[in-house]
Every structure is written in structure tokens, then in C-alpha cells.
Design a protein around this ligand. Structure first.
Ligand code: ATR
Length: 275
């Protein structure tokens, strides 16, 4: 529904062609008769500072932030949550008491799915990747209660940096495994992919055997079944893709914008139509 008093929300990032946020938020606005519209606001990196200052003066009530702006947005906000600070990234911006505030609902979204899956906290988990998405995942697995966490990344230094930060902030030891040696781990474990490998529907970040894998979680949601998840399926290992995480992060953004959690089923149904 659109009216003269429609409130604007939107997604900033670049490019935005791949995003399904526009569809899921607007479907939920329609279903709940909320007089709001969610728009794509592509902002090229070179224009970021100017554009974000402009947005602050427009009647926009909340934003999602995606690649490549999740880190840079922080400097333009009045306040960010503790977890956003730890992760170093914000994906939800909202206005509260005339202040622009930031939250990271990727963290909460992933955590929510871990709770639902009831994964065994006593098993070690091996996280593949140490990019932006990995940071939210690492803090979520800690919050969920996994005690033994392994991290592996093609660029060793990025994994090291995360481990150092986690040690400093949470006093938890993350064990780093060199990327080339990731398949040597032979304990029973939960495998979580946060790399972009598999987005092409062809490549897999795991070529090792699945005998010691108890569960495979790939945070990619498009394709719905990455080659990694197909391998898990072939090997009778339970698995999950990133769609529920995506939907939960959207629902949690609503909590900041409207004071209640967005309608998961409505958003998920809309997403499934598109994927
Ligand atoms: P995001 O914010 O989605 O996590 P990112 O910060 O660019 O994106 O991180 C992408 C992740 O996928 C990184 O862990 C990256 O490894 P590097 O840190 O070595 O770049 C990983 N990745 C992407 N392509 C890869 C490939 N072909 N082989 C191994 N790792 C890859």
C-alpha cells in the first residue's frame, strides 16, 4: 500500500541486483497493511559519504546495509550496539530518539537458526572463511555455546585477526587451521561455510570426506543447494542453507524499525517464490 504518508525504508549497497530484500519486506508490509515502502538504494562506493549524509535528511525511517557498506556506515551513525562493535559491521540502521543507530541482525539471524536446529554444542565446529559474514557467524556460535571453534581461511592473516579479536573481547581461543590443511581434521564436527565458494553453483569449499561431519551449514541461500550441500545430501549428512538466516535477519530489522519482529512465514514464502 502506498499513500501520501507512506514511510520509506530501504537497502543501501552496491550492486543490489541480487538482493531479495525488496520483495520480502514489501510482501510483509502488504500482508500486515503497514503503510511503508522498501526501496533499493544502490550507492556506489565513491559516492557513499555524500549519499549517506543526504539520506539522513530525507524522510527515511530505517535502512538495511549490505556489501560493500556494512563497515563504512558505522562512522556515520550516532550509536551502534555492542555486538555490531565487536563484529565491526552494521546491517540495520534505525532512528531512535532522533539518533541514527546501528545493529547487526546477521548475528541474531544466524543465532536464531542455531537455536532452532538445536545443534550439539559439545561438538567442535569448523568455520570456513574469515570475511565479513564469518565475523557475525563466529560471534553467534560463541553466543550459542559452542566451546571448540576452528577457523580456516585462504588468507591466513584474516583468520588470525578474527581469532585475536575474539581472544581480546571474549577471552575465547579460536584454533586456526591453514586452508590447505582443513581436510585433515578428523574429529566429528559441524561444518559452517561462510565463504562465497558455491555461489557459482559449481565450486565447493570442502573436498574432504564427510565421515566425520555431523552437520553442514552453508550460509549461501542462492543457489538453494550449493555443491557443498549436494555433497552433504549424497553422504546422508543433515544440512541447512542460508535462507532462514536471511529471513530472520530481515525479521529482526523490523524489531528495530517497528518494535516487533517481522513475519517470518510471510517473508519466507515470498523468498521461496523467487528462488
Ligand atoms: P563476505 O562479507 O560475504 O564474507 P568477503 O569479506 O569478501 O565477503 O569474504 C569472502 C570469503 O570467501 C573470504 O573468507 C574469502 O577468502 P579470503 O579471505 O582469502 O579472500 C573466501 N573466498 C572467496 N573466494 C574464495 C576462493 N576461491 N577460495 C578460498 N576462499 C575464498
Amino acid at each position: 500500500m502506498v499513500s501520501p504518508s507512506t514511510k520509506l525504508y530501504g537497502l543501501i549497497g552496491y550492486p543490489l541486483g541480487h538482493s531479495i530484500s525488496f520483495y520480502i519486506h514489501n510482501a510483509a508490509f502488504r500482508a500486515l497493511s503497514i503503510d511503508a515502502l522498501y526501496i533499493n538504494i544502490p550507492i556506489e562506493p565513491e559516492s557513499f559519504s555524500k549519499a549517506i549524509l543526504g539520506i539522513k535528511y530525507l524522510p527515511i525511517y530505517g535502512l538495511n546495509v549490505t556489501i560493500p557498506h556494512k563497515e563504512r556506515i558505522i562512522d556515520f551513525l550516532d550509536e551502534i550496539s555492542v555486538i555490531s562493535k565487536l563484529i565491526g559491521a552494521v546491517n540495520t540502521v534505525y532512528l531512535e530518539e532522533n539518533k541514527w543507530k546501528g545493529e547487526n541482525t546477521d548475528f541474531g539471524g544466524f543465532l536464531e537458526t542455531l537455536k532452532e536446529l538445536k545443534l550439539d554444542k559439545d561438538l567442535p565446529c569448523l568455520i570456513l572463511g574469515a570475511g565479513g559474514a564469518a565475523r557475525a557467524v563466529v560471534y553467534a556460535v560463541i553466543e550459542y555455546g559452542f566451546k571448540e571453534i576452528y577457523l580456516t581461511n585462504r588468507t591466513y592473516g584474516r583468520a588470525e585477526r578474527i581469532a585475536e579479536e575474539v581472544k581480546k573481547n571474549k577471552n575465547i581461543e579460536i584454533k586456526i587451521i591453514p586452508w590447505q590443511e582443513r581436510h585433515k581434521v578428523d574429529e566429528k564436527l559441524i561444518l559452517i561455510n561462510t565463504t562465497s565458494i558455491g555461489l557459482d553453483s559449481k565450486s565447493t569449499p570442502w573436498n574432504g570426506n564427510f565421515k566425520s561431519i555431523a552437520f553442514v551449514y552453508d550460509i549461501i541461500y542462492n543457489p538453494k543447494e550449493t555443491p557443498l550441500l549436494s555433497l552433504a545430501k549424497e553422504n546422508n549428512v543433515p544440512f541447512k542453507n542460508g535462507l532462514d538466516m536471511l529471513i530472520y535477519q530481515a525479521c529482526l530489522s523490523w524489531n528495530k524499525w517497528f518494535g516487533f519482529i517481522g513475519p517470518f512465514e510471510i517473508m519466507k514464502r515470498e523468498a521461496e517464490k523467487l528462488l
